[in-house]
Design a binder for this molecule. Structure first.
Ligand SMILES: [Zn+2]
Length: 398
């Protein structure tokens, strides 16, 4: 049986994360994509992350590469860039690439994980990019197929909806809606013993206009805490918390909702929200206030439910000691202090293993958290791993 792994691809300020489950099918959940045009140019120095991704994907019986699930945390460009160039959207009977070379075949998405309420909030904030519009169109197509023929839906038409939409728009879709504050373990029409996904956000639309406006402004995103199995008999190997670009108000609310039972926020591995932005931890501007910028205590509490040996990964450019945000040096300091308390580690994808020669970071889920797969030779073009660093977690949490 393969191990369960979590891979962070170096995509500058943006997210692209792959969970590969340790089941016989090596089922995959891809969270966001940010494949820049430069990354596809063989003459560019930018890492070819599409190749890195494809190297980890399996092919179906028609020889088409696929992911079992694709989750879009929210429809900003740095989370869906390259979607239409690299992924096939539309009914599978029209798949056009069967005669092409493997590297040029578009990737099939067996199941979309989409949140209409996040889309709704994002489109109030700004105009959606073309990749986001294409995702939305595909989500609508799949919802319609599910409405019309729920019991006959197959791969390529599947969708799970993250959170209820407004005005009862998703009320007739109970089979495919995953309610907030509940866990699910279905993927591409199967139930899995290898993961459980606890949906923490988006929270349902609020009747309070002021609250709803803050949810819009604070980059509403899907937040999931995944419990990932190490193997058949260890369902809780590691918890992986991921939350798109959710900002301070959202995390503050998370603490308010879960302070009486914060275990739902616990993690062994966390992707910093919003590319290590200070705005996930504070209402103040970093460049304006610098060291007078105030931390929001409750947002920090929500983001610091570490288990022993916890790892935090910032998916962003190299982090400089200057006014930039994101990534922001002050946010990094906060995350470093969070992991230091539990003998954990902080990493930045833009600095791994070196600033100008980045590689994907691959973590293996163990019985006690996650372990970083060590590169054989820093800077090698192919990700070849020789050893794994364990950060053991004693029983119980920190
Ligand atoms: Zn982003």
């Amino acid at each position: 049986m393969p191990s369960t792994t979590v891979t962070f691809f170096p995509v500058d300020n943006g997210d692209m994360t792959l969970i590969r489950l340790g089941d016989v099918d090596a089922s995959t959940i891809l969270i966001d994509v940010n494949i820049r045009v430069d990354a596809d140019d063989p003459n560019s120095k930018v890492r070819d992350v599409a190749k890195d991704l494809r190297d980890q994907l399996k092919k179906d019986s028609n020889g088409r590469p696929y992911v079992d699930a694709f989750l879009l945390s929210h429809p900003d460009q740095d989370h869906c860039r390259g979607l239409t160039r690299h992924f096939y959207l539309g009914p599978l009977e029209d798949y056009p690439d069967d005669k092409k070379a493997d590297k040029d075949k578009k990737i099939v998405i067996r199941e979309l994980w989409s949140s209409p309420i996040v889309f709704r909030r994002a489109s109030k904030n700004h105009t959606l990019c073309d990749d986001a519009k294409a995702f939305n169109k595909e989500a609508r197509r799949r919802v319609k197929v599910n409405k019309d023929h729920y019991f006959a839906v197959s791969d390529g038409d599947r969708i799970q909806i993250m959170g209820k939409d407004i005005d009862g728009k998703t009320d007739d879709l109970v089979q495919i809606v995953r309610p907030v504050d509940q866990a699910f373990n279905t993927i591409a029409g199967r139930t899995s013993k290898m993961f459980s996904a606890h949906l923490l956000a988006p929270i349902d639309a609020s009747d309070d206009e002021e609250v709803e406006e803050c949810l819009v402004k604070n980059q509403s995103s899907v937040i999931i805490n995944f419990t990932l199995a190490a193997d058949d008999i260890t369902p809780d190997g590691a918890k992986f918390l991921t939350g798109g670009d959710a900002e301070v108000f959202i995390w503050n609310r998370q603490w308010d909702r879960h302070k009486n039972d914060p275990s739902v926020l616990e993690y062994d591995l966390m992707q910093t929200p919003h590319h290590c932005s200070w705005h996930s931890l504070s209402y103040d501007s970093w460049s304006d206030k610098r060291n007078d910028a105030k931390l929001d205590a409750d947002a920090r509490k929500a983001l610091s439910r570490t288990r022993s040996g916890a790892v935090i990964v910032a998916s962003c450019k190299p982090i400089q000691d200057d006014d930039s945000d994101p990534p922001c040096i002050r946010a990094k300091r906060e995350y470093v202090s969070i992991v230091n308390g539990v003998s954990g580690k902080f990493y930045c994808t833009g600095e791994y293993p070196k600033k100008d020669e980045v590689e994907p970071m691959v973590f293996t889920v163990t019985a006690q958290g996650v372990a970083l797969n060590q590169l054989r030779e820093a800077g090698s073009k192919t990700a070849a791993f020789t050893s794994t660093t364990f950060s053991p977690r004693p029983h119980g949490s920190a």
